[in-house]
Write a protein that binds this ligand. Structure first.
Ligand code: IPE
Ligand code: IPE
Ligand code: MG
Length: 235
């Protein structure tokens, strides 16, 4: 596959459409989430192969956790358990770094332990850094950052709070802002995904349901991205 000369350093993905993918096949929604997890593995290793430095995906939002039936949330947790344990097995082969973002505190303890282990074991790889957002909400992230900043800096001057210092308290403190955000599943909205970090990202929406998303479609989006003129408010 021929790639464009300019690649984004950081791609963010709203992996939407798993449920509809399953429904169209007469399968339970969890089959769509399982297929979506496979697509994520394929896309993450492809990003590693083509030299994309960072890939961050939206796996479960704060609203999903709060508003979906408990049974579906549990199924997603089970898939996460399976995904992380398979990742631990395949780590030497896949060589992608894993990081988990979001409010992880309310998650079951065993998943948090697995997450910590996966982050620790994969930290030695220098391939694509894959961020997986679980119980993530952009507004929740901003509030958590503000609380942390208030807590840490009693007695500080208001001028000490800058975009830069604030960014350092977000879950993405270790990441550059995404250059490109792709949303699958046909909706044209962010659904509380990285409102701060996507301020100047290029947005791309596709009707493809996440489990059907392919390396080929990613390459065509990368071509579209490389033709865009990013001005950041300048001329
Ligand atoms: C995205 O797929 C994954 C999660 C939100 C967990 P959906 O589950 O939202 O799938 P649709 O939008 O119902 O098809
Ligand atoms: C966004 O999809 C969240 C994830 C992909 C994890 P949703 O399916 O939750 O978004 P809405 O409800 O259609 O806005
Ligand atoms: Mg959806």
């Amino acid at each position: 596959m021929k790639l464009p000369a300019t690649l984004p350093g950081h791609i963010a993905v709203i992996m939407d459409g798993n449920g509809r993918w399953a429904r169209r096949r007469g399968l339970p929604r969890k089959a769509g989430h399982a297929a979506g997890a496979e697509t994520f593995r394929t896309i993450a290793t492809f990003c590693r192969d083509i030299g994309v430095r960072n890939l961050t995906v939206y796996a479960l939002s704060t609203e999903n956790r709060r508003l979906r039936p408990g049974e579906e949330v549990e199924e997603i947790y089970d898939l996460l358990r399976r995904y992380i344990s398979e990742s631990l097995e395949k780590m030497e082969r896949d060589r992608v770094r894993l990081k988990f973002l979001g409010d992880l505190e309310p998650l079951p303890g065993d998943i948090r332990e697995q997450m910590e282990r996966a982050e620790k074991v994969s930290a030695r790889y220098d391939g694509c850094l894959c961020g997986i957002c679980v119980n993530y909400g952009g507004r929740d992230e901003i509030v958590r950052a503000a609380r942390e900043l208030m807590h840490l800096s009693s007695g500080a001057e208001t001028g000490d709070v800058t975009e830069d210092t604030f960014s350092r308290h977000l879950d993405t403190a270790f990441l550059p802002d995404p250059d490109l955000c792709i949303r699958t599943g046909g909706e044209w909205r962010l659904s509380n995904f990285m409102p701060w970090q996507l301020a100047y990202a290029e947005l791309f929406f596709t009707d493809t349901l996440w489990p059907d998303f392919s390396k080929k479609e990613l390459v065509s989006i990368l071509e579209n991205y490389s033709d865009r003129n990013r001005r950041y408010g300048g001329l």
